[in-house]
Design a protein around this ligand. Structure first.
Ligand SMILES: Cc1cc2nc3c(=O)[nH]c(=O)nc-3n(C[C@H](O)[C@H](O)[C@H](O)COP(=O)(O)OP(=O)(O)OC[C@H]3O[C@@H](n4cnc5c(N)ncnc54)[C@H](O)[C@@H]3O)c2cc1C
Ligand code: SF4
Length: 346
């Protein structure tokens, strides 16, 4: 491991000033960064410890939004009463991530900035990987081992997926990522925070500039009217990244045929290098009866006409559609039971 200097940032301005020095990495929970240092993925000149910054709060905003600081721990966010009550998909995405010990250390900002789990990117011996060493090639494509790679938004330069469960839930929940840089604050919709190799060179993971930091995330108000669920499918039932995941957020109304979908938002994980919103499906779902399973399946399928499976991962197309429908139905099931009418038969 290369030597580096260590700076403890007393305030946000100090952290931002430090980011102007080439080779600086911010240190939050350290659960990703320390692995990168050991594996040689990163070799920073200086680490800037931001754990003392006042960015760990979870509090309502002026218009009923919920603001969560970038340094809030995953476990604290998952247990927060407003998150559990109004945004259960967010709590579920966090509780299904990593392990209890990691969630107690890891922060929201660090989670969004985590890197792909592509085994070639993380290999101990350097292998061709455009993400780690731009221009070196893509060992995943060259070796033909593509079982866990992307089916949307990839290019021959990189076929990796993004591993954050949290990011998928935030994309469906219409959340905003809050950033601060030398020019002030800016707000980025969560579903555009991560980049695919179609949008930027593979070594670029997110829209965060090198001189910016994440200060927090914001969830829209009125969460109690929306029903949500996060579903994660993986090779083993705990301590494992998603093969495919789905976050669904739905608003319902009572209609002549029972509950009807007023609006739906679905984001998938494990299928692209960013949370993949099913916008065609969302459009097709509007006005459908919430219990019409064949119609729900057909609506979700509308978003898969442009899927591009690789040699070993066509299974993800079926798995992802099933996950999306299941997440949607699980969200619908969260509808509060109607109070029984007086005198109605028991
Ligand atoms: C064994 C293991 C299993 C895991 N399983 C899952 C899983 O199933 N699902 C999942 O979603 N995640 C999983 N993770 C990832 C885990 O959630 C991340 O390691 C963690 O969230 C990173 O947060 P941190 O605070 O430790 O970040 P750090 O390690 O401190 O930092 C990570 C990166 O983020 C940057 N960063 C941190 N905070 C900020 C900020 N405020 N602004 C700008 N940049 C910042 C750092 O500079 C660094 O580049 C797993 C990790 C491990 C080690
Ligand atoms: S898929 Fe991306 S991360 Fe994996 S080896 Fe290829 S370039 Fe590297």
């Amino acid at each position: 491991m290369k030597d580096f200097s260590y700076v403890n940032a007393a305030d946000t301005e100090t952290a931002l000033a430090a980011l102007r020095t080439h080779g600086t990495q911010l240190l939050a929970g350290g659960t990703e960064l320390l692995n990168w240092l050991k594996e040689g993925i990163e070799a920073p000149e200086q680490l800037v410890d931001i754990t003392g910054l006042p960015l760990a709060g979870i509090a309502p905003g002026p218009h009923g939004q919920l603001r969560i600081g970038a340094l809030a721990r995953m476990s604290d966010v998952a247990a927060h009463p407003t998150v559990v009550r109004e945004h259960p998909a967010l709590a579920e995405s966090l509780l299904l991530s990593a392990s209890a010990q990691l969630r107690n250390m890891a922060t929201i900002g660090g989670n969004l900035q985590q890197r792909t789990r592509c085994p070639y990117f993380r290999a101990e011996t350097a292998l061709p990987c455009n993400k780690r060493d731009p221009g070196s090639g893509c060992a995943a494509l060259e070796s033909g081992d593509t079982a866990e790679q992307a089916v949307f938004g990839w290019t021959p330069d990189c076929v990796a997926t993004h591993p954050s469960d949290l990011a998928v839930a935030l994309a469906a929940l219409d959340a905003t990522v809050l950033l601060r840089g030398p020019g002030g604050d800016r707000r980025v919709p969560a579903d555009t925070f991560h980049l695919t190799p179609e949008q930027a060179p593979p070594e670029r993971h997110t829209v965060l500039a090198v001189d910016e930091l994440i200060t927090g995330i914001e969830l829209p108000g009125g969460g109690s009217g929306r029903l949500s669920h996060y579903l994660k499918l993986r090779r083993r039932s705990s301590y494992e990244f998603a093969l495919v995941s789905a976050a669904a957020v739905v608003e319902l109304t009572g209609g002549p045929r029972g509950a009807e979908i007023v609006s739906a938002r679905i984001a998938l994980g494990g299928v692209a290098h960013r949370p993949w919103r099913l916008t065609a499906a969302e459009e097709a779902l509007r006005g459908l009866a919430a219990d019409d399973l064949p119609a729900l399946r057909a609506a979700v399928a509308a978003s898969f006409t442009d899927a591009r499976p690789l040699p070993d991962n066509a299974y993800k197309i079926e798995l992802a559609q099933r996950a999306a429908v299941r997440a949607l139905r699980n969200a619908v099931r969260r509808r509060p039971a109607r109070p029984e009418a007086e005198g109605s038969p028991r």
